[in-house]
Design a protein around this ligand. Sequence first.
Ligand SMILES: Nc1ncnc2c1ncn2[C@@H]1O[C@H](COP(=O)(O)OP(=O)(O)O)[C@@H](O)[C@H]1O
Ligand SMILES: [Mg+2]
Length: 242
Amino acid sequence: MSMLEVKNFSKRFTIHHLGETMHAVEQIDFSLERGEFIGIVGKSGSGKSTILKSIYRSYLPDKGSILYDSERFDKIDLSKATERQVLNLRQYEIGYVSQFLNVMPRTTSRQLVEKALLEMGEQKEVARKEAQRALKHFELDRKLWDTYPNTFSGGEKLRLNIAMATVKKPRLLLLDEPTASLDQQSKMKVREIIEKLKANGTTLVGIFHDIEFMEGLCDKVFDMKTRELITTKMKAGVAGES
Ligand SMILES: Nc1ncnc2c1ncn2[C@@H]1O[C@H](COP(=O)(O)OP(=O)(O)O)[C@@H](O)[C@H]1O
Ligand SMILES: [Mg+2]
């Protein structure tokens, strides 16, 4: 089977104080093969993050299935997986990076990256070495390694975020606008990282604000407006709006 198959997926939210239900996304279908990179485009509020969060199971879908070809559990419907399975997959197989850094307080950058590795059962010494390698690789200034990231700049937070997610070498990596508010140089760095991950066989689903960034990077593009999956390499202007 494909690495990921999103089938007839819908998600509604109940706005309790209004007593109303609203559809965030309806009837989404797409699939991707191992090692592919799919980009999701569409205007703000069209439900892109909702799809990604449902794959990561931060949200539970109302309808449809999200079939993932897992290493540990074989074929698994992420919309029906148990909490235990979800935790296991997040620990070993599925990574998530957003523009926001949501981490334990009073924990240094180094400790955060080490923790990601220790969670996977790595030995302390190995975790220490790997964490250093990752922080160096993503060019996080050495003087920031042993400080708390709450005061970091957007670019620094992002690099730490990516280091934490990629140090685990996830099979499936979800990227929710990780380049938002980054300067051009930092964006190019992210692009390089994505290219490296792809070369190593990581399957990726990404949302990016600028279409230019996605050009030549995505194998498939899913357009929220037309609900169509375009299988050719991305061409500028395909999405129309972002
Ligand atoms: N937790 C939530 N509770 C209520 N509404 C939500 C929630 N998450 C998203 N929404 C709504 O669902 C719609 C899609 O949001 P989102 O997936 O964040 O869109 P996008 O990422 O494309 O900007 C929006 O109208 C948003 O307000
Ligand atoms: Mg979003």
